[in-house]
Design a protein around this ligand. Sequence first.
Ligand code: MN
Length: 341
Amino acid sequence: MKVIRVTTPGTLVIDEDPIPVIEASDDVLIQVKAAGICGSDISIYRGTSPVATYPRVIGHEFAGIVTEVGSDVSDLAAGDHVTVNPVCNCGTCRVCKKGRGNVCANLQVIGVHRDGGYREYVKVPRKNVFKISADMPWEKAAIIEPYTVAAQVTSRGGVEEGDIVLVCGSGQIAPTILQVCNILGAKCIMTDLVEDRLTRAKEFGAWETICTKGMSTDEIVAKVKDLTDGIGADVAIDAACVGVTLEQAAKAVRSAGVVVTMGFHDKQAQITEFNITSRELDIRGSRLNNNKFPQVIEWVNAGKLEPTKIVTDTFHFTDIEKALTKLKDDPENTMKVILTF
Ligand code: MN
């Protein structure tokens, strides 16, 4: 079978590997049908991921057909259509026992710490597999995962019906957050430096947009307050993750509000203890997802969520180089790119 392997940062090859063999009793072998390309796949390829190890078969957003199962797997069978949660946790560390397995002390992410889904067959543990209906299109099933990230962010933010959510940055992940906020009955103020992205955010249901090009943090905060009766946003999500956006989020959120971070950026942000204490802010990280697959699959099945709205391009997986070039050269017109198998 063919696999897409990043051998070292910057080098990607299409290798020929043997099809994985069922070994453990909870193994599930899946024939991959479609996979999404995520910003984090690109950072593993470029060598900017702080967590990846090499060589690595990348891809953590994928779906396919079960072809074989281990001896203990009784609730899945060959022919079932499934999608995969890339989060593997130990289940026994203190963090897992606290119910926070997505940041497990021994966390392994499929496609990051172990080989992922950009290959014709992949073997994963039963607990990572979620059955989907046989009529769900593959490109839809493949990108359940980015919506679980959005569901995690909104859950960490405590987003509720009637909330006004500030989303700093309207890039790749932002439209998924916006869609999930709208399902929850919250309104989004979206920001970005690029007007075209805000036009797109409007199309995705943004309540208000702010083009932050040339604006100071104080001006951005003032604008958010204008839109929120002088109070500030209930929840502020940093979806740009460039340091200064965290500062904007922390200042534009209301007292007793929640700020959520999503990025792995290590730039310092100017946030004072006074700002946090005097206004009792919660500043929370959000990583991957914590058991959000069932919720997102339910939203898709109920027609509340249309994942394919973010799909702009589809390539056969052997054209991965073309797909990466499109993402690099035309970022403003490229959102989710799907690889087919
Ligand atoms: Mn992803």
